[in-house]
Design a protein around this ligand. Structure first.
Ligand code: SAH
Ligand code: SF4
Ligand code: F3S
Length: 439
C-alpha cells in the first residue's frame, strides 16, 4: 500500500501565486507530502487564493464548501488556505470556516512546514505577518515542480502604487526587490536543468531596485540575464506605464534575446478616469510610450488590461478607452468590470452606473478586441517568426510553441525540438492561435 502522504494544491490568481505554489510543493515535499491531482486522495488540501475581484474571492469560498463535505467523510484531512484571500481575512477565516486547519498569508510560506506539522497534531493556526526585507525571497527557494522549458523568475514582490481600485498592495505588501546576484544565480540553475526561456516577474518590474541604491536598474538586469548562455529568450511582466523609461524601451532594440512583446496595462483611455484610478499618466503619455516602443522594435506586440465601469465612468470616458485600443491595436487584452475591494481608495466612491450598462460596455470592448486580435493574427500570415517550442500540442498531433510576440502557435516537428527556437513561416491566423510551418 502507498503510505506516502498526499497534497492536493489548487492555485488561483496571477503568476505570483503560481510561482508561490511551486515553492509550496517543494516545502511540503520536505515534510513527506507528494502532490496528487485528485482531491479525494488527499491528506492535505491547500488553496492558494486570489482576491483581485469579488468573484475571485467568492470562488474560494465555493471551493471551501466542497472540501468541507470531503472533510466530514475524512476527519483527518487537513485543509489550509493561503495567498491573497488568506492575507486579507487572516484569523477571521479560521472563525468563519471551522473546518479549516490553517491560514497562511503571502509572506508566511516559511512557516508552512511547522503549521502543517502542528495541524497533524491537531493544532489550528494562522500566520499573516508581513516580512519587509529581502529575507522574503531566501525563505522561498525550494521549487517542487518539474519545470518546462519556460520558467518565471521572481525579481520583486509587492507593490507601492496603490491604484485606487487595487487590493494587491494591501495583500502583498510594499515593493521589495531581490538582489541581481540571486536572480542571476537562479536563472543559471534553471538553464542548467534545460530551461531556455525566462520571464522576469513582479507586479511592476519597471521599478525594480528603485529603492536599492547600488543595484542595477531593470534595464541593466535584463542585460545581465541576457548574457547567460543557456537563456535563448527573455521576457518580463508586468510593466507600469508610468515607470517605462526610455532606457528600458531601448532594450527592445539592443538586446536580441528580449522577445518583442510587452504587457502594458492601460486600465482606461480616459484622463479623468486614469486620474481617479491614481495611475500617474494620461492617455497621451501612455500612447507616447507605445509609439516609442514601436519605434524601438517595429514588430513588438502589445497586450494589456482594461477596467470598465470604474466609479463615475461615463459613456464618453468609455469611448476614450475604445479609441485608445484602436490606436494601440493590442494582440490581446484582458478586460474586467470594476469590482470594489475592501480597504481600497475607490471602495467608497459613489458608483451610479447600472451594472447592466457596465456589462454592455464590457461586451462592446471585448467584441472590438476580438476583431482586432483576429485581424492581427491574420496579418502575420506569410511572415517568418521565431517560435520557442514548448512541447507537444494538447491534442498530441503537433508541436506547441510561442512566437516572440507571444502568439500561441502550432507547428509540425519532432518533440526533441522542445526548448529550441525554430524559424517558421505562418500559414494561418486564427482567433486564438497561429499555424506555422518550420522553414
Ligand atoms: N500588477 C499588475 C497587475 C495587477 S492585477 C499591473 O499593475 O498591471 C491584474 C489586473 O486586474 C489589473 O491590471 C487590472 O486590470 C485588474 N484589476 C485589479 N483590480 C481590479 C478591480 N478591483 N476590479 C477589476 N479589475 C481589477
Ligand atoms: Fe495593483 Fe496598480 Fe500595483 Fe498593479 S500597479 S498591482 S494595478 S496597485
Ligand atoms: Fe490575485 Fe493576489 Fe495575484 S490578489 S492577482 S493572486 S497578487
Amino acid at each position: 500500500m502507498d503510505m506516502q502522504k498526499k497534497l492536493y494544491l489548487e492555485t488561483f490568481g496571477c503568476q505570483m501565486n503560481v510561482s508561490d505554489s511551486e515553492k509550496i510543493v517543494g516545502l511540503m515535499q520536505g515534510i513527506g507530502y507528494v502532490e496528487t491531482k485528485d482531491s479525494a486522495q488527499a491528506d492535505l488540501i491547500l488553496l492558494n487564493t486570489c482576491s483581485i475581484r469579488a468573484k475571485a474571492e467568492q470562488k474560494v469560498y465555493g471551493h471551501l464548501g466542497k472540501f468541507k463535505s470531503l472533510k466530514e467523510s475524512r476527519p483527518g484531512l487537513i485543509i489550509g488556505v493561503g495567498g491573497c484571500v488568506a492575507q486579507q481575512e487572516g484569523e477571521k477565516l479560521l472563525k468563519r470556516a471551522p473546518f479549516v486547519n490553517l491560514v497562511f498569508g503571502t509572506h508566511n510560506l516559511h512557516q508552512l512546514q511547522d503549521m502543517v506539522r502542528g495541524a497533524e497534531e491537531g493544532r489550528r493556526s494562522s500566520a499573516t505577518d508581513f516580512i519587509d526585507d529581502e529575507a522574503r525571497f531566501d525563505l522561498f527557494l525550494p521549487h517542487g515542480r518539474e519545470g518546462s522549458v519556460s520558467r518565471f523568475v521572481t525579481v520583486m514582490q509587492g507593490c507601492d502604487n496603490f491604484c485606487a481600485y487595487c487590493i494587491v498592495p494591501h495583500v502583498r505588501g510594499r515593493e521589495i526587490s531581490r538582489s541581481a546576484a540571486k536572480i542571476v544565480d537562479e536563472v543559471r540553475q534553471l538553464t542548467a536543468s534545460g530551461v531556455t526561456e525566462v520571464t522576469l516577474l513582479g507586479q511592476n518590474v519597471n521599478s525594480y531596485a528603485a529603492k536599492n541604491p547600488g543595484e542595477p536598474d531593470f534595464a541593466d538586469l535584463l542585460r545581465l540575464v541576457a548574457e547567460i548562455d543557456g537563456v535563448k529568450r527573455l521576457r518580463f511582466t508586468t510593466s507600469h506605464p508610468k515607470d517605462m523609461s526610455q532606457r528600458l524601451i531601448d532594450c527592445f532594440a539592443e538586446i536580441p534575446k528580449l522577445a518583442p512583446h510587452i504587457h502594458l496595462p492601460a486600465q482606461s483611455g480616459s484622463d479623468r478616469v486614469l486620474k481617479a484610478m491614481n495611475r500617474g499618466y494620461t492617455a497621451g503619455q501612455y500612447l507616447a510610450k507605445v509609439s516609442a516602443l514601436k519605434k524601438a522594435c517595429p514588430e513588438i506586440q502589445f497586450t494589456g488590461d482594461m477596467i470598465v465601469g470604474f466609479p463615475g465612468e461615463t459613456e464618453a470616458d468609455f469611448q476614450a478607452t475604445l479609441d485608445l485600443m484602436q490606436e494601440v491595436t493590442y494582440a490581446d487584452l484582458f478586460s474586467f468590470i470594476y469590482s470594489a475591494r475592501p480597504g481600497t481608495a475607490a471602495a467608497d466612491l459613489p458608483d451610479a452606473t447600472d451594472p447592466a450598462e457596465k456589462q454592455a460596455r464590457l461586451e462592446r470592448l471585448q467584441a472590438l478586441q476580438k476583431k482586432v486580435t483576429l485581424e492581427r493574427n491574420q496579418s502575420l500570415v506569410g511572415t517568418v517568426q521565431e517560435v520557442l517550442v514548448e512541447g507537444p500540442s494538447s491534442s498530441g498531433e503537433c508541436l506547441f510553441g510561442r512566437t516572440g510576440g507571444n502568439r500561441a502557435t502550432l507547428l509540425d516537428g519532432d518533440e526533441a525540438l522542445a526548448g529550441e527556437l525554430v524559424k517558421v513561416k505562418v500559414v494561418e491566423g486564427l482567433q486564438t492561435l497561429l499555424k506555422a510551418e518550420p522553414l
